[in-house]
Design a binder for this molecule. Structure first.
Ligand code: URA
Length: 228
């Protein structure tokens, strides 16, 4: 990992403070002063700041129930960022494993482990996501096949991967996907001649949403390991 990333992960310094201690040659890597932020280090290197050895903090894993009219960006935009709700140190080092649209609610998984995120978001890994979908018109059960066999979305060359529908009532279904193309759920129902009016993610892999809107919690070890 890059030296600046390691310092960020192992101290409570901000990004700017990390760069400053590196540039001021306050960091020793295996006894040598290093002032290059991109220098590659490993966890078994002896890395000292002001004579004290630094150890990378363990990765962090959270789930959050996203409210509507909030955004999955690390900074506020027209709407407030969901990260305002996560009052822990260095929350700017976290990212979301599978973002939701501004009007979509429900389960977000949040971490600082990029490899873990890849396991969740790569379509090759078949990680399921379950959405509760509210529709403008009654769901046409004759389109179930289209979802199961795969459909061609506007602007895409490949068919969508098999997706599964469970009808809840006339205008509400549960949709299980194992990929996450841009606006996928809304585009799939558009292709099936309907329109999504509400969208809520209930589950990712084996992790089910169990906190109130706007609340978050750390994942259990079993939940974390289920994506390794
Ligand atoms: N599909 C969408 O269309 N929007 C989301 O927020 C998530 C999946």
């Amino acid at each position: 990992m890059r030296l600046d990333k390691f310092i960020l992960k192992s101290t409570t310094l901000t990004k700017a403070e990390c760069l400053s201690v590196i540039q001021n040659k306050q960091i020793l890597v295996n006894g040598e002063a290093v002032n290059d932020a991109a220098f590659q280090v490993h966890e078994n290197n002896i890395i000292l700041l002001a004579g004290e050895r630094l150890y990378a903090r363990p990765f962090r894993y959270l789930l959050l129930n996203k409210a509507p009219q909030t955004i999955c960006s690390n900074q506020d935009g027209v709407y407030p960022s969901i990260f305002n709700l996560i009052d822990i140190n260095n929350s700017e080092t976290l990212h979301i494993a599978g973002r939701l649209d501004v009007d979509t609610t429900g389960l977000l998984l949040i971490t600082d482990n990029g490899r873990w995120t890849f396991n969740i978001t790569s379509p090759k890994n078949d990680c399921i996501k379950i959405y509760r979908v509210g529709l403008l018109k009654a769901f046409d059960t004759s389109t179930i096949d289209l979802f199961e066999k795969g459909m061609k979305l506007q602007g895409e060359d490949k068919l969508t991967k098999p997706a599964f529908i469970k009808v809840v009532n006339e205008k509400e279904v549960l949709l299980t996907l194992s990929e996450g193309k841009f606006h996928q759920v809304k585009r799939m129902f558009f292709t099936a001649k309907n329109k999504v009016v509400s969208l809520h993610r209930e589950q990712i892999g084996q992790v089910k949403l169990d906190v109130e809107e706007g609340q978050w919690r750390y994942l259990t070890d079993d939940e974390i390991n289920s994506f390794h």
